[in-house]
Write a protein that binds this ligand. Sequence first.
Ligand code: HPA
Length: 273
Amino acid sequence: MKEYIERVNKAVEFLKSKLEATPKVAIVLGSGLHGIAESVENPLRISYKDIPGFPVSTAPGHKGELIFGKLNGKDVMLMNGRFHYYEGYDMKTVTFPIRVMQLLGVEVLVVTNAAGGMNPDFEIGRPMFITDHINMMGDNPLIGPNVDEWGPRFPDMSNAYDKELRNKAVNIAKKLNIPFYEGVYVAVAGPNFETPAELKMLRWMGADAVGMSTVPEVIVANHGGIKVLGISAITDKAVHEDLKPLTAEEVLEVANRTGEMMVRIISEFVKEL
Ligand code: HPA
């Protein structure tokens, strides 16, 4: 753990030396959400590989950069390219950027992802505000020695997706006439999409959408006292009775178009913070 703490601190020191203002808001860009980077004014882009101590993405064609700048007048930090558990990163690596955000002074985290819609009433191509999550990844980023300066051994998760922030986002979506859902996100390890029997189980557990990310980041954010707004792009029908074959290309295509709505919501959301 000592080595990990040192790496986080090194990354934070480096970023502070590059920044005039440290942002209070960070946004994790999921699949299809990369377009939001275009809306950032005066962007300062820093590759993960240029940040001392920061993990690097090895997957070819994978984005890996932090973007600092103003979105709708507010200082923000974008994480463009996340580390997925299914790629083989351990949970500490997956959540390294969230620790960096915490130590930089981030107070609000907006996490986005692409997810399969398990609620049979859900239409694809719409955003879902995450009300809560279920961790079915079989691992947890907080396992191991607790760093007391970063957060408590047994963190509370009763408001993991902050109610007040969600209400604000819901009101914005209504004002902008963007259709949306609210629901529970369940995270699985992946990388395969689910079997019908798995979807039946996950639905029975009480989840509305399923994906392969977000939960580790949200656990660490809560541990570190960062408030979270979570938004899923519902990219496919993950309903066990009538499951069609699914490809990653279809997911990306729908995520890209849903992303446009999410960008509009998020831009307005950061302005109102
Ligand atoms: N299952 C898991 N992860 C996903 C899905 C899905 O159906 N769609 C997008 N990410």
